[in-house]
Ligand binder design. Sequence first.
Ligand code: NAG
Length: 241
Amino acid sequence: MEETSLLRLISLISLLSRSSAGLTVSPSRSQFFRGESVTLICEDEIRSDGWTVRRNTTRGTRTECGDKWGEADGSTCNITLFPYDTGLYWCESMSGSSSSSSSIQLSVSGGSVILQSPVLPVMEGDDVTLSCRAKNPTHNLPAAFFKNGVFIGNESSGHMTLLHVSSSDDGLYKCNVKGHGESPSSRISVKGQRKTFNFSSAHFSTSCLPPGPAGLPPAGLLSVLHLHFPHGVFIWTQGQR
Ligand SMILES: *[C@@H]1O[C@H](CO)[C@@H](O)[C@H](O)[C@H]1NC(C)=O
C-alpha cells in the first residue's frame, strides 16, 4: 500500500519533469547594455542535453541559437547583446516535440540606463529589488521609478525594494536617471506561492526503507518533498528524525 503510493509519487514526478525544462539566465536580469554578454542554459532534471534556445525578435521568429545569432554549446547559449537582440527567449526540445519552457523577455538598451529586475517570475511574498543603473558612472545614481507608466517614487540610492510582492505588483517597470535617460520597460510577473507538499515520514518508514536497529525506522528518513511547479523543478529533502 505504502509502496504503491511511493511508486505513484515517483511516476508523477517523472511525468512533471519530463515535459518541462527550466531556462536559467546568467547574469539573472532582464535588461542589458549594448555589448554585454548573457548565458542562457536549458536545464532539465532528467537529461542535460536535447534542448535548444530559440527566440522571437524583430529579425525573425523561432530562430535557433547558433544559427545566425549566439553561440550554442549543448543546451547552453552565449550571446553578446545588441539592441536588435531584444525579444522573447525560450528552451525547446530538439526532437521538435511540443516540449518547451516558458519564455523570458530580454531587453537590450541602446541608451545609457537600464533597470535591473528579475527576469524570471517572482514568488508571491518575496521581496524584489529593482536597481536603476547608468552606464557611466557605474555606481548607483538617484533614480525615478515607474510602473505601467505611472511614477511610483524617487530613490536616492537608485534601488527600490518591493516588499512581499503580490499579484498587484505585476506590471511593466522602468526607471529614469536625470541627465542620463530612461531604461527600457520590463515586466515583473508574480506567480502564486510555492506549492509544498509535506509527507510525514510514516508514509515511507516501513515498507520503502530498510528498518533501523530494533525495528525502529532508520534515521535520516526521506520525509519532505518539495515540488516547485513553475519551471518543473523539484527538490528532494532528506529529513532527520
Ligand atoms: C514566436 O512567434 C511565433 C510566430 O509569431 C508565435 O507563434 C509564437 O507563439 C512566439 N513564441 C513565443 C514564446 O511568444
